[in-house]
Write a new protein. Sequence first.
Length: 163
Amino acid sequence: MSDLNRLGKRGAYRLGRLGAPPPAPVGPPAPHYPSWVPGHRGPGLLWLLGSLAAAVLIALGAAAGWWFLPFAAGLAGGAAARYGRWRLRVALPAAALVAAIGWAIPLGWQALHGAPVRATARAVAALAGLPPHASVAIVATLVVAVLQALAGLWLTWALIPRQ
């Protein structure tokens, strides 16, 4: 009968402990380091020289007609970034910048030496159904190079396991 008297009152429906007590901490928590503290391997100058070398190789390949070199540079950059423990938010803009500079160098070099780069770009833009402006075709070319590099970086980043 005493159970009926407790119905509807506070504490009448206790089911006991539903889980084990949390384990006691064994030691102090690990220190938190801000995200701007460098956590990558190798000196920054070496990374800069590697990026410049990749841009020069892309430029030489673009001059030779090897349009796929931004993808190959993205593959190499993704492997270097993964093993060098670079964050993806740093590696993506770096790969995009290297690919854009690598393709812009031969375009600028040819335009500087009198090649009809602007006229060709206007014709290509018109044939592609874009507005017939030289800058549109040049920007589209650079965007394709950047997309190739980012695809290569992403592929390598996805295939190489995290350390």
